[in-house]
Write a protein that binds this ligand. Structure first.
Ligand code: TXA
Ligand code: MG
Length: 344
């Protein structure tokens, strides 16, 4: 049964104060960030953290990211910063980069799912920063979706997933980036990308002038048999109700491929403008040449397709994997459960 009437509110001063009151009273709320919407709780409040896991249906062994609005908050949460992490902080915070640190003793095992490390992000979204500062607490926040579903990039997405389970969602309009932060680990003097995002391998390399090795493990750790470095990676993710199938081909071959498909039960997720040229039920997820436009639209379009009850298969045009496109491809790959059809 629903516990709450869920309100979507503007990010004015009174509503931020109200949200902060909820946080201090062990409630969890929906918040905008520059990446995707988060489901936030006081990171020091185990009772509230458990509510996050419950509301999302999130497996207990998948740790949360803790968000801060100043570096004093960081020093309470972590045991060691190290020179590489300092440089990452100087160059990429505030912003869409999550860094793994050795955790301090005061952080509950419920937040880190029993790991001795903690994932921390200093976001750049003004509304979220205001809420963290007003609460004067670090906020744990996973993406505000039901576990396994596409992440939310607008307040209404959060409402659709969590209505009745949370009291409040702060509406910060559509997210600027649209896919989750880049998650990185620092290990034996190397930087490891565990989840690709807006901050790319090239961005990281350019800061370290190639004297520090940056490895992208994000695609290899998608392989179910390899060692799980980031626990969230072993679960089904970003999945709409319909099957996602990525088609790696030219537009011409994509069109030919669709000829044998059922127009009533299947649809295509294509680049802007291509829909005019394809005789099929098409949805667009941005410009082929602009991966940020794809990141902004991908989850929104998956959620839109979910509202059409009859759709069973979504055939997706393969994105270019340069820059943030690599993050877009990573989300698509996981939502498709690695189903890529290559047509040459
Ligand atoms: O952009 C984002 O990062 C969004 C917004 C709300 O900040 N948050 C987000 O959280 O995407 P979530 O919970 O959906 O994804 C967090 C990822 C998971 O894959 C989790 O396993 C990983 O970060 N993670 C958290 N703590 C970790 C740790 N100590 N070591 C390795 N991976 C960790
Ligand atoms: Mg998530």
């Amino acid at each position: 049964m629903d516990k709450f009437k869920t309100f979507i509110v503007n990010p004015n001063y009174n509503n931020i104060a109200k949200a902060s009151y909820f946080i201090k009273n062990s409630d969890i709320i929906g918040v905008p960030t520059e990446t995707v919407y988060g489901l936030a709780a006081n990171a020091y409040d185990e009772f509230a953290i458990k509510k996050i896991f419950e509301a999302k249906g999130r497996p207990q062994d998948n740790p949360l990211i803790v968000h801060i609005s100043n570096l004093n908050m960081l020093y309470d949460l972590v045991d060691d910063v190290c020179d590489i992490r300092k440089k990452l902080i100087d160059n990429f915070w505030p912003g869409p980069l999550t860094i793994i640190f050795p955790k301090s003793n005061i952080v509950s095992n419920v937040v880190t799912a029993g790991l001795d490390t903690i994932a921390i992000r200093f976001p750049s979204n003004k509304i979220f920063l205001e809420l963290i500062s007003c609460s004067n607490l670090p906020l744990a926040a996973p993406s505000a979706n039901i576990s396994g579903k596409p992440s939310p990039t607008s307040a209404i997405h959060v409402y659709n997933d969590l209505c009745g389970k949370i009291p409040l969602i702060i509406d910060g309009e559509k997210c600027d980036i649209g896919i989750e932060s880049t998650v990185i680990n620092v290990c034996n003097g190397k930087i490891q990308i565990l989840r690709p995002g807006y901050v790319t391998l090239q961005d990281l390399e350019s800061v370290f002038n190639y004297n520090i090795i940056v490895e992208d493990l994000s695609m290899s750790i998608l392989d179910k048999n390899s060692k799980v470095m980031s626990p969230g990676l072993k679960y089904k993710h970003y999945s709409p109700n319909a099957n996602v199938i990525i088609i790696d081909s030219s537009l011409e071959n994509f069109k030919k491929y669709l000829q044998s498909k059922n127009k009533l039960t299947d649809c295509a997720l294509v680049f802007n403008g291509e829909e005019n040229d394809i005789d099929f039920n098409c949805y667009c997820y941005g410009l082929e040449s602009d991966p940020l436009s794809q990141a902004r639209l991908l989850f929104d379009k998956m959620r839109l397709i979910d509202t059409k009850k009859n759709i069973m298969n979504i055939y997706v045009r393969h994105p270019n994997i340069e820059g943030i496109g690599f993050g877009v491809y990573n989300r698509l790959l996981r939502s498709s459960n690695f189903e890529v059809i290559k047509i040459v």
